[in-house]
Design a protein around this ligand. Structure first.
Ligand SMILES: Nc1ncnc2c1ncn2[C@@H]1O[C@H](COP(=O)(O)OP(=O)(O)OP(=O)(O)O)[C@@H](O)[C@H]1O
Ligand SMILES: [Mg+2]
Length: 458
């Protein structure tokens, strides 16, 4: 073997092992519960199989062979006696003694052919052991039935002038009590498995509760969570609570700071306006307009930055929720259609969610004539498409429009005086969707305009 051949030799078992591991991983259950159950049950089943096999192989076979030997010895003795004392009366006595002392039914049938041999039973042990012994000790043609009757075995041996028929209890040749051992073993392990299932269930429940709490927090819902269970699970729970507290504290700090800033800036702006009003005159008009614009932008930005952290989640009927929004748009003279499929009751922060959709519908109203709203709810998501037939947004600008204060056609709209927006609508809408654990995507609607899709987990 050359030195170079070695890596290839190592690589082959490695590749084999990898493909075996991959296959194992594909059939191995994914859930922790099923995995832990397997970890407990699999060794138990393997142990039982090994013990049963060894037991059957050694003990059971040994005992059965011994019993078969003894039974065959009795039969051989009976045959010898029947040859030594062949008269009818003597044979009758022999049968009686066998009946009384050996618990066997012995009969001498007239000579004839033996019945055809039977198909071999599944558990061959007793059949094989008896056949071997008869062949060894008696050495005459014989016929054996170990399965015909449940509690007896029948043996026929061809003698010189007759056929000896022996019906012996099954227990004389067969260690039938072994089943009890297996029954006990299986019964005990079943009890142990039930206990293991109960224990595991209790261990896994706290993990599932932590998962649910983290999911709810991700969706922006209120979370009532107290760590329970094993130490490691509890530690994970406390770490989660700590993380949640830190996030909430950061949001709170941001809100407080923004409130302070807004208050201070508003005071200064009011002072500006007052001074300008006192000055009066044509020149100040421009500056006054700019200050008003600034104030409006400031309010909008603060509203955006403040977010809606405080609002609790509630169950709402999404169908009537959307109908209400449509009615608002219709009142402003827009042609709007709505459809909804699936269970309409979902848990959202109602005001925030309404603002999110109102921003999208507002945009559609501003840029298009006809609007269609299409809601769907399946097992995992609530999806709402807002489609319009306006100019749409080119694919390469769809990311930009989510940036705060970004307006796509700022110049044109301002000339036409139709856009009095601040460019925050989509940013706010996306913020709300992600605070529900979802997102907003933009695309092209079937009528060529813009399709805004809100998707939140339910
Ligand atoms: N349905 C739409 N069709 C075409 N363009 C759109 C549509 N919706 C939004 N846009 C473009 O995306 C830009 C950003 O929208 P966004 O809602 O963030 O701001 P806005 O509507 O200008 O202001 P605000 O919503 O704060 O009043 C808009 O200026 C507009 O150019
Ligand atoms: Mg808008």
């Amino acid at each position: 073997m050359t030195y170079l051949a070695l890596p290839a030799m190592i690589q082959k078992p490695r590749a084999l092992w990898r493909s075996f591991a991959r296959k194992l991983a594909s059939i191995w259950p994914k859930g922790l519960y099923a995995r832990s159950l397997l970890i407990v049950i699999l060794p138990m089943v393997i142990l039982q199989c090994v013990v049963t096999y060894v037991f059957m192989e050694r003990h059971w076979q040994l005992v059965t062979t011994r019993l078969s030997t003894a039974l065959t010895q009795d039969i051989a003795a009976l045959i010898d006696l029947s040859i030594a004392y062949p008269s009818e009366a003597e044979l009758d006595t022999l049968s009686r003694i066998a009946q009384d002392r050996l618990k066997m039914d012995v009969e001498f049938l007239p000579k004839g052919p033996l019945p055809p041999s039977l198909s071999k039973p599944f558990f061959l042990t007793v059949d094989k052991a008896l056949s071997n012994e008869i062949r060894k000790q008696i050495g005459r043609p014989f016929w054996l039935d170990t399965v015909g009757r449940s509690n007896f075995i029948e043996i026929r041996v061809l003698l010189d002038h007759s056929i000896l028929r022996v019906v012996a209890p099954r227990s004389a040749a067969y260690d039938s009590n072994s089943y009890i051992f297996i029954l006990w073993m299986t019964g005990t392990s079943l009890v142990l498995i039930v206990v293991a299932i109960a224990f595991l269930r209790n261990q896994i429940r706290p993990i599932l509760r932590l998962v649910r709490a983290a999911e709810a927090f991700g969706k922006g819902r209120n979370v009532e969570f107290r760590p329970r269970g094993a130490r490691e699970v509890r530690q994970a729970g406390y770490a989660f609570i700590e993380m949640k507290r830190r996030i909430e504290r950061a949001i709170e700090q941001r809100t407080t700071m923004l409130n302070g800033v807004s208050h201070d800036l508003r005071t200064i702006l009011t002072r500006f306006k007052l001074s300008l009003a006192l000055m009066g005159g044509e020149e100040t008009e421009e500056v006054q307009k700019d200050i008003e614009e600034m104030q409006r932008m400031l309010e909008a930005y603060l509203a955006f930055a403040r977010g809606d952290a405080g609002e609790p989640s509630v169950s709402v009927d999404m169908r009537s929720f959307l109908e209400e929004l449509c009615a608002d748009a219709e009142r402003h003279g827009h042609d709007i259609k709505m459809s909804f499929a699936g269970d309409p009751v979902v848990t959202v922060r109602a005001d925030a969610f309404k603002r999110c959709l109102a921003n999208l519908i507002g945009n559609a109203c501003r840029h298009a004539k006809t609007i269609s709203i299409d809601g769907q709810r399946d097992a995992r998501f609530l999806t709402i498409h807002v489609d319009d037939d306006g100019p749409g947004i080119p694919a390469d600008r769809r990311d930009d429009v989510f940036r705060p204060f970004f307006r796509l056609d700022e110049a044109r709209n301002q000339d036409e005086g139709i856009n009095d927006g601040t460019g925050l609508g989509l940013a706010i809408a996306r913020d709300i969707a992600s605070s529900h654990g979802g997102d907003i995507t933009l695309g092209e609607s079937p009528s060529g305009g813009l399709r805004a899709t809100v998707r939140v987990p339910v």
